[in-house]
Each structure stands twice: as C-alpha cells, then as structure tokens.
Ligand binder design. Structure first.
Ligand SMILES: Cc1ncc(COP(=O)(O)O)c(C=O)c1O
Length: 400
C-alpha cells in the first residue's frame, strides 16, 4: 500500500478538508529547497513548508547541532533548571532585538498566547484596568483560543466565536484602557500576504508609546530574514514591548518559540509575593534541542549574507512574474499577487487548481484562496528562484 493510502486510513491533516483534498504526498527526504517524493519526483518548496525552513531542508549544520545536543542533554524541566544553549540563545536574542527577557515555548501560537497573558497580567500587577486588546483587520496570530481571539480571519474563527474573548480592530486611535496592540509587522501572512508601509507601523508604535499601551510584534512569520531584514520591525525602526518568534527561529527544524519582553514588563512580575508569578509554562519550555538548533541557525545568519539573499530571491521571482500583467507585492523573499477570480477568500476554488498546476511543474505552492505567493528558503539558488517565479506565472495564466 502506498504511503498516501496508509495515511488516508489513519491521519487527520491540518487545514485540510479530507473529503475534497487529494491524497497527501509522501515525502522521503528534503535537501536545500527541494523535497523528494516517494514516487521519485523532486519538487521545489516555494513556501518553505508553511514558512518554516529558512535555510532549506535537512541543513547539515542544523542536523549536526541537533545530534550533538541530543547526545548531550535532550530535555530538562525549565523551572528551577537551566542549561548552556538556553542561556546562550537568550543572550543572542536579547542582543539582536534590543529586548531584555526571553520566555521559551514551542510554536507560534503559544508564543502569542504567552505574549497576551504577559501583557494582561502586567497591567493587573500595575493595578491598572487595561483589559482590551487591539488587533488589525486580516490579522492571523495562530489557532489556540487566545491567538484566535486576536485574529481577524472570520472563516477560521466563526465556529468558535462563543469561545473567544473579544478584541477590537484598530481603527486609527488607541484608548487608555487597551492592554496591548498586536500586529504582524510589515506583512500580514495568512490574511493574504498583505504588505503595508513602514509609516503605518511607526505611527502605531508612536501611538502605543503615547497612550502607554504595549505593542506586541508577532514576527512568527516575518522574523529571521523573510522581509530582507532580520526582523520586520526594523523596516520602521520600531522596538516592540513584546516580540513573538517561532518558525524560522530554529531554521524550521524543530517546533520551538520565544516570547521576548522588555525589562519593564519583567520587573512588574518581580516580587516576594508568589501570587505575582507568571502562571504559564509548557513541558517543553526551553527545550535544549530547540535552543541548540536555533543557535546554529543564528550562526548561519552571522556567517552568510542571508538578508541580501532574501532580497535577491524576491527580486528574481518578481522578474518572472512580470509575464503576467498583475500587480505584484512583497518584501524580502516574499512575493504575492491576487489572481482575478469570481470567488475570492480563503476557500476560493482557484487556489487548489493553481497548486495542482504548479505541482505538475515541480513547484510546491499553497495559495491563500486567490492569493498566490512564494516565500522560499534563503538557500534557494538563482535558477530555483527563476523556476519558482516562472511556474507561478504559468500557473496563474493557465488557471485565471
Ligand atoms: C504571524 C503568525 N503568528 C502565529 C502563527 C502560529 O504559529 P504556529 O502555526 O506555529 O502555531 C502563525 C502561523 O502561520 C503566523 O503566521
């Protein structure tokens, strides 16, 4: 029996309507920007496997770091214990971000949950009644209940609406009962690869400062070179109060996350009263394997001009997209366009048709409805970037 058939008998896949989706494709190996399928095909992973693998698949340096750490210390409770990779990574993340305190968790949604709870409890400790969160239209911050509450994609949240806490959409001003504003800086991902100007982010940050509101930057997608800078906040010279990191933090190799906060926030929890503890933790907080691989990933960023590479990859894809006469948007290695279609939105039929067309030509795309985009690994070669752009253009032309 094929892997796909065995899979279909026992598995339940994320964001997949099994009754309509084709069989899952069996992957036997990955190398660089390529995935090797069990039927012998080799395809280019133009979306970095849900925006994770910054350095491509099975990077030898990340694999080495993982093996070494697994043979040394695979895991230890992170309450009351610490370890070298955990400390070293926090030293590097604070130096890179200009923030002060690192709280580890295990995926993008938990990084966001931690940020929301941190912000909420911060104000409780300060004795100020700030309990509201502001978010942007089209925002996506993850699938746990708190993260869904501050997301703005109605399709994903509708069925859960009674479970969610209410958050308001930012409409140009911030009142003094707002605990925090949460944003995806510069590019909103799942909401349709929407790029917005740095001036907007700078204005929002200035308003947060003026009203004393915390700014949470969710860089789960945009972090680690995706937008051509290490973090997207740099485009607007903005330092958030809390920064959420995951996906590219380990170069996409392990599920791992960090929520990085200012000292002012940390200090609000510092007390001889145990009731003021930050009551949050996961079994795998501070997992040494994640820390070691994240350190190896940061080493690659220090050794190679990956931020420049990100911009080159994006520019090359855009050159190929000139073949379709549609406006292209993007930043760094990200390029996206809206395919004219009778139906728009996440469920637009055209998405799966474009994906199928691209797959036949050796490129993995996963359109967000009628939004077709690429965000390939930063190891993508010039030829591969050209191929991704050309296949995108071809798929758009063939299906629009
Ligand atoms: C901006 C942003 N925040 C949070 C998340 C949630 O991350 P995860 O899927 O690892 O829970 C995502 C995932 O795509 C994201 O794009």
């Amino acid at each position: 029996m094929s892997l796909g058939a065995r899979d279909q008998a026992v598995l339940w896949h994320p964001y997949t309507q099994a009754a309509l989706a084709p069989h899952a494709l069996g992957v036997v190996a990955g190398q660089g920007a390529s995935l090797h399928l069990d039927d012998g095909r080799v395809i280019l992973d133009a979306i970095s496997s849900w925006w994770t693998c910054v350095h491509g698949h099975a990077h030898p340096r990340l694999a080495q770091a993982l093996l070494h750490q697994a043979q040394t210390l695979e895991h230890v409770i992170f309450a009351g214990f610490t370890h070298e990779p955990g400390v070293a990574l926090a030293e590097q993340l604070t130096a890179l971000t200009g923030l002060d305190r690192v709280f580890y968790s295990d995926n993008g949604s938990t990084a966001v949950e931690v940020a929301l709870k941190m912000a909420y409890q911060y104000w409780a400790h300060r004795g100020e009644k700030r309990t509201r969160f502001l978010t942007l239209e089209h925002a996506y911050h993850g699938d746990t209940v708190g993260a869904m509450s501050v997301s703005g994609i109605p399709l994903f949240a509708r069925v859960f609406s009674d479970l969610l806490f209410s958050a308001d959409v930012y409409e140009g001003s911030i009142h003094d009962d707002v605990a925090a504003v949460i944003v995806e800086p510069m590019v909103q991902g799942a909401g349709g690869m929407r790029v917005y100007p740095p001036e907007f982010l700078a204005k929002l940050a200035a308003q947060c400062r003026a009203s004393g509101t915390l700014l949470i930057a969710d860089e789960v997608m945009t972090g680690f070179g995706r937008t051509g800078t290490m973090f997207a906040c740099e485009h607007a010279a903005v330092r958030p109060d809390i920064l959420c990191l995951s996906k590219g933090l380990t170069g996409g190799t392990l599920p791992f996350a960090a929520t990085v906060a200012t000292d002012a926030i940390y200090q609000a929890f510092w007390s001889d009263d145990r009731a003021r503890t930050f009551f949050h933790g996961h079994s795998y907080c501070g997992n040494p394997l994640g820390c070691a691989v994240a350190l190896a990933s940061l080493e690659l960023f220090a050794e190679q001009p990956l931020l420049e590479r990100s911009k080159t990859i994006g520019a090359r894809i855009e050159e190929q997209l000139a073949a379709v006469d549609l406006p292209v948007r993007g930043l760094g290695c990200i390029r996206a366009l809206d395919v004219p279609s009778r139906d728009a939105g996440y469920l637009a039929d055209i998405g799966p048709r474009i994906a199928a067309h691209a797959l036949e030509r050796g490129v993995l795309l996963r359109p967000l409805g009628n939004v077709v985009y690429a965000m390939p690994p930063l190891c993508t070669t010039d030829d591969e970037a050209d191929q991704i752009g050309a296949v995108m253009a071809d798929a758009v032309r063939a299906t629009a």
